[in-house]
Design a protein around this ligand. Structure first.
Ligand code: SF4
Length: 63
């Protein structure tokens, strides 16, 4: 599983990072970065939960 982040869409609210800090991180400009190109199986549920809370739908789960 992978997660793609639309950084142009990200508004830096940080909800994804709050839910899944091992998957999503905000950089110094408050733009989301994804820690793993390929999400490890044990983090998949967290990655999905983080993507779902994004208020601007900037995170997409790809299977
Ligand atoms: S929740 Fe969405 S808008 Fe907020 S930091 Fe994460 S990707 Fe960006």
């Amino acid at each position: 599983m992978r997660v793609s982040a639309d950084t142009a869409r990200c508004e830096g609210h940080g909800l994804c990072e709050e839910v899944a800090p091992s998957v999503y991180e905000l950089d110094d400009d408050a733009v989301v970065t994804v820690a793993h190109e390929e999400v490890p199986p044990e983090l998949e549920r967290l990655a999905e939960a983080g993507a779902q809370v994004c208020p601007v739908a900037a995170l997409k789960v790809i299977r």
